[in-house]
Design a protein around this ligand. Structure first.
Ligand code: PEP
Ligand code: MG
Length: 545
């Protein structure tokens, strides 16, 4: 038995035969074209056909995973129409007299290489998208293009584990669960669109196995664990038994979780905790409702601002927040004011380069420096408050002074609405995120100023351990189980209790079920996790004494 490890990108266990498919070693040699105009026409024709295919894939994806998660295929259509991509292919055909298939293959390689070399994990993930669209074009241009994975699986009767160079999003959408039980790839990242889609569709996946990919043999027996990233080749009987048991209990567990829809997270001693979901865009609401979240515990509005051409107006924001509240139909929504800066940049703001962006000019620091943006957002939020149960949250607080300043803008926003005769809920709760050690250590003073606390455990952990939350080299230090982090959380809990205000736990640690009991002991009244983690957390609470 051999063991190799990649990155666990979508949890679940699969046992079966390995089928290696795809374009390993596929290259296109340069041969001079006889008629460049004809080659350009062939390319244009392939582009139209690929676009038509993508329209179909998009519609199918909307049906299966909802509109928001399907946007990737709209992005592919845009990439196909991208001027730089088009010009580069056209130049190769016209100036170098390349055949259309060579031009597409070469340009896609160059674009993918640029994406792959980028530092940002999200941008690196775009290499798979370029591969996806070039594959679509090459299928129409090159009669020798390798068989589609669907073709190679045509006669299979048992589900297999599919091994590919790179998982592309459309592949995930086209997988037939009767034929494929899991997927493993040489390349890839956890944050690629393919990995996101695999998680939504519940397809176990391990990505980025790297050079170990070459040890794979066609049709060998394999056990794949999508949580840990381990793959066992030709597993022995004991390993097989162990993973069969794990797989069966995992499937049972998923089935049982569904039965928790409509129930509440109440401990055996009758303590009720609300389990909220966090979202980054209103489209995530579908997942919140599907997983029966008790409400939205954190809407990160910076993602909304990152997708507009300019700062959205008060009117635009009002409609945006109001429709989110209406969708929740009475369930609460915690909407956070802008947390821009760090990796969340606004395309229309020329923000200065910083040495330490996560400790720099971001979140509340940015908003207090741009009060007109803050007051506009506050006014829009307050107006939306008449449409549901809204709570407003201020990110990354460091001092009492900042809260006092923010409250003054909150007062001004209310005053302006009163003057304008616009209705709003005067009692809309205003809370703060406890994400800096300074805020945690002065929580008692801060608690006197606000209606509730929400601990941002991800930022708090990175600041307490002095370990960048996005840097894999220091990931071993970025640990929310560190006693220093837990001690601060407990202190914040005491301060909230003393002041009689609500305490929410959000960020990565909130979903760690080994900490649920501890959070309850700290006095948490709610926990905020990703939508897909809601039911599991609800079950954990129900099992606590
Ligand atoms: C956190 O820091 O834990 C948090 C919830 O905020 P964000 O992930 O948006 O930084
Ligand atoms: Mg944060």
């Amino acid at each position: 038995m051999k063991k190799i490890r990649g990155i666990g990108a979508s949890r679940g266990i699969a046992i079966g035969k390995l089928v290696i498919t795809g374009e390993q070693g596929y290259t296109v040699e340069y041969t001079e074209a006889e008629d460049s105009r004809k080659e350009l026409e062939r390319f244009e024709d392939a582009r139209k056909k690929a676009e038509k295919d993508l329209d179909q894939v998009y519609l199918e994806a909307v049906r299966r995973v909802g509109k928001e998660s399907s946007m990737i295929f709209q992005l592919h259509i845009m990439m196909l129409q991208d001027q730089d991509f088009y010009e580069a292919i056209r130049d190769s055909i016209i100036k170098r007299h390349s055949k259309a298939e060579y031009a597409v293959w070469k340009v896609a390689q160059q674009f993918a290489a640029v994406f792959s070399s980028m530092e940002d994990e999200y941008m690196r993930g775009r290499a798979a998208d370029v591969a996806d669209i070039s594959r679509r074009l090459l299928r129409y241009l090159d009669p020798h293009f390798p068989k589609d994975f669907e073709e190679s699986l045509q006669d299979r009767e048992e589900p297999c584990i599919l091994a590919v160079e790179n998982v592309v999003p459309s592949m995930i959408m086209q997988l037939d669960s009767k034929k494929v039980s899991a997927i493993v790839s040489r390349e890839g990242s956890r944050s690629s669109h393919s990995a996101i889609l695999a998680r939504i569709l519940g397809i176990p996946a391990v990505v980025a196995v790297g050079p170990s990919f070459s040890v794979f043999k066609q049709e060998e027996n394999v056990v794949l664990d999508g949580s840990t990233g381990w793959i066992f080749l030709e597993p022995d009987e004991e390993t097989l038994c162990r993973f069969r048991r794990q797989r069966d209990s995992f499937l049972l567990h998923l089935e049982q979780l569904q039965e928790l829809r409509g129930t509440k997270a109440i401990t055996k001693s009758n303590r009720y905790v609300e389990i909220y979901a966090s979202i980054t865009r209103p489209g995530d609401m579908e997942e919140v409702l599907e997983n029966d979240g008790d409400g939205v515990g954190l809407y990160r509005t910076e993602y909304y601002f990152m997708n507009t051409k300019d700062f959205p107006t008060e009117e635009e924001q009002y409609h945006h927040y109001a429709s989110l509240l209406q969708e929740l139909n009475g369930k609460p929504a915690v909407i956070r004011t802008l947390d821009v800066g760090t990796d969340r940049q606004l395309p229309y703001m020329n923000m200065m380069e910083e040495d330490n962006p996560s400790m720099g000019f971001r979140a509340m620091r940015f908003s207090l420096d741009m009060p007109h943006i803050l007051v506009t957002q506050m006014k829009a939020l307050l107006r939306a408050s008449s449409h549901g149960d809204l709570r407003v949250l201020l990110p990354m607080i460091t001092t009492v002074q900042e809260v006092k300043q923010a409250k003054e803008y909150w007062r001004q926003a209310k005053e302006a609405l009163r003057r304008e005769g616009v209705p709003f809920d005067e009692n809309t709760p205003l809370g703060i995120m406890i994400e800096t050690p300074a805020a945690a250590l002065t929580a008692a003073a801060l608690a006197k100023e606000v209606d509730y606390f929400s601990i941002g455990t991800s930022d708090l952990t990175q600041f307490v351990t002095a370990a960048d939350r996005n840097n894999p080299k220091v990931a071993y230090l970025y640990d929310f189980h560190h006693p220093a982090v837990l001690k601060l959380i407990s202190m914040v809990g005491d301060a909230a209790k003393e002041a009689g205000i609500g305490l929410n736990i959000s960020g990565e640690a909130a979903g760690d079920i080994t900490l649920t009991e501890f959070f309850l002991q700290c006095g948490a009244s709610s926990l905020t996790v990703a939508p897909h983690a809601v039911l599991e957390l609800r079950r954990t609470v129900q099992q606590l004494d």
